[in-house]
Write a protein that binds this ligand. Structure first.
Ligand SMILES: Nc1ncnc2c1ncn2[C@@H]1O[C@H](COP(=O)(O)OP(=O)(O)O)[C@@H](O)[C@H]1O
Ligand SMILES: CC(=O)N[C@@H](CCC(=O)OP(=O)(O)O)C(=O)O
Length: 259
């Protein structure tokens, strides 16, 4: 993994905010106030977005079927060009527009731009055109952050030959958070945190997560989120949260949670 922050001196704190496709559909304009608050508090912000519902609609419109295994979309060659067109052509500009309109200087990127997300194929037999990130090229991000521009990244990676690959946006967010040595990762979704037996969990430990994935209490789209959260915490990102649009939710912590 390439990072360049370690060689820099900076007073800034960094936050990677992943906006799930599920919450983007019901985005409230007041949500963007939060970004000003983060910036005023001295945070450099990187946004990663998904777009599951928009992708589902476009695939259906084109008569392309897809399935999901462990929260990862099995992506045929036909599907990947629709996924790319939807994320890069629709969802990303929508979000960049909303941010710019709210007075936050934002610029859209995909994994191609500045060679941001160099990938190999994860497992073609199982997932098709899904990427495994080999390198995050942070140079472009550093330049943008220095200029106080918010990068808005869609979860499309590229092979060395320039073929597009679909990557789950939670995974992209965690890889980027690790590459830029973020102080915090926020995974914003359509539910205010991890719910077990309909109760939102304020704090959860890795052992609880393992147990709840095995029992099926954590399933589907929540699986890549908890995996992303654990990958970040175990590699030293101090704060990882899964939250709703109000930014309240679940803190994932390496500490054992006392009953
Ligand atoms: N234990 C859980 N707590 C909350 N949500 C869960 C849980 N397990 C699975 N989910 C599902 O995960 C969904 C969020 O994942 P997903 O739909 O992929 O959102 P996003 O588009 O934000 O990535 C929730 O809406 C819910 O249906
Ligand atoms: C490989 C894979 O699963 N890609 C995801 C990318 C979009 C995404 O992650 O969107 P959400 O944030 O809405 O979940 C997909 O095709 O749905």
């Amino acid at each position: 993994m390439t990072t360049s922050k370690s060689t820099q001196h900076t007073e800034h704190k960094r936050i990677v905010i992943k906006l799930g496709g599920s919450m983007l559909e019901g985005l409230e304009s007041s949500f963007f106030k939060t970004f000003h608050e983060f910036q005023n508090a001295g945070y450099e912000i990187i946004i990663v977005h998904g777009g599951g519902p928009a992708i589902n609609r476009e695939l259906a419109k084109n008569g392309v079927t897809s399935s999901v295994v462990n929260g990862i979309r099995v992506t045929s060659k036909e599907a990947v060009s629709i996924v790319q067109a939807t994320l890069v052509g629709q969802v990303n500009p929508f979000l960049v527009h909303q941010l710019n309109k709210a007075g936050i200087e934002a610029i859209g990127l995909s994994g191609y731009d500045g060679k941001l997300l160099s990938c190999t194929v994860l497992d073609e037999a199982v997932y098709g055109s899904v990427g495994q990130i080999q390198q995050v090229q942070t140079d472009m991000l550093e330049k943008l952050l220095k200029a106080q521009i918010v990068p808005v990244i869609s979860c499309i990676g590229a092979t060395a030959d320039g073929a597009p690959l679909n990557i789950n946006a939670d995974t992209v967010a965690s890889e980027i958070a690790l590459a830029v040595k973020a102080d915090s990762l926020l995974l914003v979704t359509d539910t205010p945190g991890i719910q077990i037996n309909q109760v939102i969990q304020a704090t959860v430990s890795p052992d609880e997560i393992t147990q709840w994935v095995a029992s099926g209490d954590i399933y589907g789209g929540m699986i890549p989120k908890v995996e992303a959260a654990l990958a970040c915490l175990q590699s030293g990102i101090p704060s990882v949260q899964i939250v709703g649009q109000q930014l309240t939710g679940t803190d994932i912590t390496l500490q054992e949670v006392l009953a």
